[in-house]
Unconditional design. Structure first.
Length: 149
């Protein structure tokens, strides 16, 4: 298994673990019940998205550093120092698929507002679309490194 394949697998697993652990942490904090002010709900969803973004970025950086250290210790190989045309092409295809999934999710989120769904449905769809697009990009990379372009 190549470095890129291992990195893609670690990326998929870490994205799932980060998202699930953050959602389990934030779920009990949802301001539910009767007489909840809309400003409290907006504050919850705004902080959910902002902190998820920050938490995800920091966690991905830490996991990437740990992965590179473990990879180097176990294989005595360095991380590839350059990306050739194949790597760039695979990155572009992964970005395309990831972007497509996010745009479709965004359109569904806006569609939920058109069909008078509660506001939290829009936020849930947007957050889910971001998560699924992240996983889609990593799975696309893994697929193309395994099967070719």
């Amino acid at each position: 298994m190549t470095y890129q394949e291992k990195k893609s697998i670690v990326s998929v697993v870490s994205a799932i673990l980060i998202f699930v652990s953050y959602c389990l942490y934030m779920y009990p904090r949802y301001p539910g019940g009767e007489g909840v002010e809309p400003s409290e709900v907006f504050h919850y969803w705004g902080s959910f998205v902002l902190y998820l973004t920050l938490f995800s970025i920091v966690a991905h950086i830490i996991i990437s550093i740990i992965f590179n250290i473990v990879f180097r210790l176990t294989t005595n190989e360095k991380e590839p120092a350059f990306a050739d045309e194949l790597d760039k092409l695979i990155d572009l295809k992964a970005f395309r698929n990831s972007f497509f999934v996010f745009v479709v999710g965004f359109l569904f989120a806006m569609g939920s507002l058109v069909f008078y769904q509660p506001l939290h449905v829009m936020f849930i769809i947007m957050i889910s679309a971001g998560f699924i697009s992240d996983v889609t990009g990593s799975v696309t990379k893994l697929y193309h490194y395994r099967r070719g372009v």
